[in-house]
Design a protein around this ligand. Structure first.
Ligand SMILES: [Zn+2]
Length: 315
């Protein structure tokens, strides 16, 4: 028995030495291509009374669902895709906030956020998940390149979720804040985005934009980006959630809030056949899939944030 164990240990150590030879690692590292954005046709929204505002020119602008960006559990399946909602043939454009066109000006040019506690995770107290989300928002708030401030709209029981309401999961079409963390949703919600999505989408951020009376997205500051009305963040309760270990709420909240603050995915993904794992270069909060606890922003995250916000609140 002792002899058999010794032989087994020798075999295992021999195998792991083979896996770790540098030559093999470099040969088997394969870049994973970025998937093309999908388009989901929406049913007619005519019967829904979507929120609206008046532009500075007196034009009535109506809220409309524009795009969704999701974070994958790991890189093996469909990774970090972008979904556009399109019933007008509009181009697949990025989107950002415009000072003064924020939904309800609170007299400041801060971005407001709200953590909805009506949809807690099955895995932890709503106090614990809310604290983790607030930690993530503070991390973005502490980036020093910009005048941008983040103001929390205190939770007061109000329901949120235009997207949830639109797809029949309850919620509210009403605006509550510029970036809302809407809470944890059942598997069925994520199947709308991708077949099988409930098994690989950890979190998703939806961008709701302004469109004109003809249904065209507006770009009032002419920067080539569609004007954001607000953003909604949902977490997948089909996964086990945690604080400080996989799947860490603050890590995913930090990534989704990055989308909430107009950043896209960043970093190339590589598959190492030696161990079948996905690696990112550079590793960043805005990588398209989860790769462990990551609660500090990296250089590329900082640069991406600053390119969007350094000029704020100038247009
Ligand atoms: Zn993402």
């Amino acid at each position: 028995m002792i002899a058999a164990c010794a032989a087994l240990i020798a075999m295992v150590s021999c195998e792991s030495e083979n896996v770790l030879t540098p030559q093999e690692n470099s040969i088997e590292k394969v870049e994973i291509p970025v998937p093309e954005a999908r388009v989901i046709e929406l049913p007619a929204m005519d019967k829904i009374d979507m929120p609206s505002v008046s532009s500075s020119r007196g034009e009535t602008l109506t809220a409309s669902l524009h795009m969704a960006e999701y974070l994958s559990a790991d890189g093996a399946a469909a990774m970090g895709n972008t979904v556009f909602f399109n019933n007008r043939g509009n181009k697949q454009l990025g989107a950002d906030f415009v000072p003064g066109l924020q939904f309800l000006s609170d007299g400041t040019t801060d971005v407001t956020y709200y953590v909805d506690q009506n949809r807690p995770s099955n895995d932890m107290s709503v106090e614990a998940s809310t604290m983790a989300i607030n930690g993530a928002m503070n991390t973005w708030d502490n980036v020093t390149c910009s005048e941008l401030g983040m103001t929390e709209v205190p939770y007061d029981g109000r329901p949120t979720g235009l997207v949830a309401a639109f797809f029949g999961f309850g919620g509210s079409f009403n605006y509550v804040a510029d970036v809302t963390h809407n809470g944890w949703m059942p598997a069925e919600f994520f199947e709308i985005l991708e077949p099988g999505g409930s098994n690989f989408i950890l979190g998703v951020t939806f961008t709701i934009i302004w469109q004109d009376a003809n249904g065209n997205p507006v770009d009032t500051d002419n920067n080539g980006k569609v004007d954001v009305a607000w953003r909604e963040i949902y977490y997948n309760d089909n996964f086990p959630w945690n604080i400080g270990s996989t799947f860490d709420v603050q890590t995913v909240a930090l990534h989704e809030a990055g989308h909430g603050l107009s950043q896209a995915h960043f970093g190339k993904a590589f598959l190492s056949n030696g161990n079948g794992k996905v690696h990112f270069s550079p590793r960043a909060v805005m990588n398209a899939s989860y790769s462990g606890v990551q609660t500090a922003i990296m250089q590329s995250d900082n640069a991406g944030h600053c390119s969007n916000w350094a000029q704020w609140p100038q247009k």
